[in-house]
Design a binder for this molecule. Structure first.
Ligand SMILES: [Zn+2]
Length: 307
């Protein structure tokens, strides 16, 4: 399975448009000898594929248009011969003037309803038949706040699939048509998301996703947003469900504000969703030492991971 990191920054990206902190200046002023250059980071999202041809997005950041431009794997390709024939037949049957519209992006899984995770949906909705997977709280939030205004209720542009993570149900396995070699599991991340209605049930407001490559049995876990501060040692003691997945994964792509659990994790550890205030981007030499000590890497936009 292949994972393509489209964005590795937290809300607002790095540099943030109105900030002159150390990390933001290190992005903008790469030639300043006093600053260790930092790559620019768009807001977090990844794409997952079993064959490198068709992709599932995990979150759609407001930066999605720019991210697609930066990653040719996600751009429409000239149709293959067979597809061209089908296209001709469609045109002959006077099906749409829109038949040039196609994309290697076949589906989208939304991990929460925050703008940084869903804003790109407004760009993607123009693609006919986008399959979107979300939990009931995220679906309700989006359909109430965005749907009528931006056309998300149009069944032809977005097809919704509900992931039953809500109430007492903290995990749900699901499959995505066209991705028969991958098994997906959504699991609840504890804690309400910022801006959620007070007192609302937090289960399902925020999920992480595990993807298993059925041929190899290897698992990739994407948990880009964990409550801050997220004390992993405490979580470990409480037996939070995400930790069971983290332990078994061959590759973990996890919120950069979280501490890595102390128990040994065999998988490749990568921090993402990096804020400009992240310790990793602000303590140059110390951060490098700490990365080595924790045996973890920093994600970057355009990073390709093979699992
Ligand atoms: Zn900053």
């Amino acid at each position: 399975m292949k994972i393509l990191v489209l964005g590795s920054g937290a809300d607002g990206g790095v540099p943030q448009w109105n900030c002159s902190c150390h990390a933001c200046r290190a992005c903008r002023e790469a030639s300043q000898p006093a600053l260790k250059p930092q790559p620019q980071r768009s807001q977090s999202s990844v794409a997952v594929s079993q064959d490198g041809l068709s992709w599932v997005l995990l979150n759609a950041a407001p930066d999605i248009t720019q991210q697609i431009r930066a990653n040719p794997q996600l751009q429409p390709r000239a149709p293959l011969e067979k597809e061209a024939e089908a296209e001709k037949a469609q045109k002959a049957a006077k099906v749409p003037p829109d038949s040039d519209l196609h994309s290697p992006i076949k589906a989208l899984v939304l991990l929460d309803g925050q703008w940084q995770s869903v804003g790109g949906l407004l760009n993607l909705r123009d693609r006919a038949g986008l399959e979107v997977y979300a939990t009931p709280p995220v679906f309700e939030d989006l359909t109430e706040s965005l749907s009528q205004r931006f056309g998300l209720e149009n069944r032809d542009s977005v097809r919704w699939h509900l992931l039953p993570v809500a109430g007492s149900q903290t995990q749900a396995e699901f499959r995505i048509p066209g991705f028969g070699g991958l098994r997906f599991v959504a699991f609840a991340v504890p804690g309400a998301v910022p801006g959620a209605a007070p007192g609302a049930d937090s289960v399902g407001q925020r999920i992480a996703v595990a993807v298993e490559d059925l041929a190899s049995g290897r698992v990739f876990v994407y948990a880009p947003d964990l409550p801050t501060p997220h004390d992993a040692a405490e979580a470990e003691a409480e037996g939070e469900p995400e930790l069971a997945w983290l332990q078994d994964a061959a590759c973990l792509l996890v919120d950069g504000s979280a501490e890595w659990p102390s128990r040994s994790l065999a998988g490749r550890r990568i921090s993402t969703h990096l804020s400009h205030h992240s310790r990793w981007l602000n303590e140059s030499a110390g951060a490098d030492r700490q990365l080595a000590a924790e045996a973890c890497e920093l994600a970057f936009d355009g990073m390709v991971i093979e699992v």
